[in-house]
Structure formats: C-alpha cells, structure tokens
Design a protein around this ligand. Structure first.
Ligand code: IYR
Length: 228
C-alpha cells in the first residue's frame, strides 16, 4: 500500500505505522525476547562451516537500520573471507595482543580477564568464515576531498554493532566482539580511507560442536536500574 507523504518546510515525511500489541501480548513479547537475547554469548571457538554471503549482506543491512546522529550513518563494514587476508589480520592482531598481554595491560586488567581465559592467541581470526570489521567515520569526505563532521559517532556505530550482534544471534550464528589494541593495522591492511577508524572486529560463524563459554552471571535488575 502506498504511504501518504506530507511536506514540512520542503522536507518529505512519510506516514509511519508501527505494530502495537495488547498489554498482555506486550508483556509476553518483551519477556520472550529477553529470554532469547539472554542466550546470546560471546564465543571464541568457531567452526569453519561456510555461511552464504547473502546472510552476511542481510546482517549488515540490519546493522545499518540503527539510528545515527543526524542520520549520517557514520559506519563502514569490511567483510573479510579471503584466507590470505585473514592470515595477515591474525598475524598483525596477535603481534599487538602479544605486546598487550605481556607488557601493556596492567595486572588489574589481566586479573579481570582471568575468568574469560583469553590470551594473545587468536585462531578464530583464521577459522571463522567471515570477519566483519566495523569502521567509524568521524567525518565524511566528499569526492572533492572536503570534510563534513559527523555527530555522536561512537554512539551511532555502537548502536549499529548492537543491532549486528542481535541479527547474528537471530540467524543462529555466533560472534566475538574482538578489540585488538591498537587496531590501526586494520586501516592499513584493508586500505581504508583517512576518515575511517577501526571500531570493532567481529568474527562471525557457527560455534563448534563442543563449545564452552565462561560461566558468567549477569547483574540482577535491581543492580542496573533505578526507577524514579
Ligand atoms: N583485546 C584483548 C583483551 C581483551 C580485553 C577485554 I576488556 C575483553 O573483554 C576481552 C579481551 C583480546 O581480545 O584478547
């Protein structure tokens, strides 16, 4: 059905219909969505089982439905499946991570990571069928080279990554929000333009048959919410 359009100050607004539910149905849906989201976990053991590219396209399209400051959509998604490039990324990430774990991270940080049992080895960067590297665009570059600043860039790209993780979970896939630090090797390896900065590296795939995740407890509601 065609949507109605009205013009305000020269700008088009389209009619918006959003499905709403009875109170009972709203309670049920919010509860079942929470339980389903609560099952999402960060996974480090990936199988190399392939995923159709169409799925990755859909995941990224979903991420791109996130709200962004002044609708500037200040993100760019690089998808790596090429084995050689994955190897180069793993090598560069492990070099940085080796330094981080062995000399850059203070004891308190290393201690906080103990329950996760992470270390500088990053085999998933070669095993996972796809690596999605999310870049943030602090400013946009016109074809002529002039700069236009974007707004709330970290918030916007963070929201897009949240949508991406939700879409990955919905598709029955798993992901890892990996933050090799520093991440500038990704700018170089992927030959990104000067206005893009790496934000997150997200391997996507299926988990292995025998996957274990840390037994983490989420904070209870009363510790995270204050009603006024
Ligand atoms: N970036 C390192 C270390 C790391 C840091 C945090 I904070 C984590 O929650 C997990 C790991 C790594 O990816 O191993």
């Amino acid at each position: 059905m065609d949507k109605k359009i009205k013009t305000i100050d020269g700008y088009d607004f389209i009619e918006y219909h959003h499905e709403s539910y009875s109170e009972e149905e709203t309670v049920k849906r919010s509860q079942s969505f929470y339980h389903w989201m609560d099952e999402r976990r960060t996974v480090r053991d990936f199988s190399n089982k392939p995923i159709p590219k169409e799925v990755i396209d859909n995941l990224i399209l979903t991420a791109s439905t996130a709200p962004s400051g002044a609708h500037k959509q200040p993100w760019s998604f690089c998808v790596v499946s090429d084995p050689d490039l994955k190897t180069q990324i793993r090598k560069a990430a492990e070099e940085e991570e080796f330094e981080s774990y062995n000399s850059r991270m203070p004891p308190e940080w290393l201690d906080d990571l103990k329950p996760l049992q992470t270390d500088w080895h990053k085999p998933f960067l070669e095993v996972a069928p796809y690596l999605i590297i999310v870049f943030k665009k602090t400013y946009d570059l016109s074809p002529e080279g002039s700069k236009k600043t974007n707004y709330y860039v970290a918030e916007s790209v963070g929201l897009a990554c949240g949508f991406l993780l939700t879409a990955i979970h919905n598709a029955g896939l798993v992901a890892l929000t990996h933050t090799p630090s520093p991440m500038n090797f990704l700018t170089k390896l992927l030959q990104r333009p000067e206005n893009e900065r790496p934000f997150l590296l997200i391997p996507v795939g299926y988990s292995t048959e025998d996957t274990y995740v840390p037994h983490l407890i989420r904070k209870p509601l009363e510790d995270i919410v204050t009603y006024y």
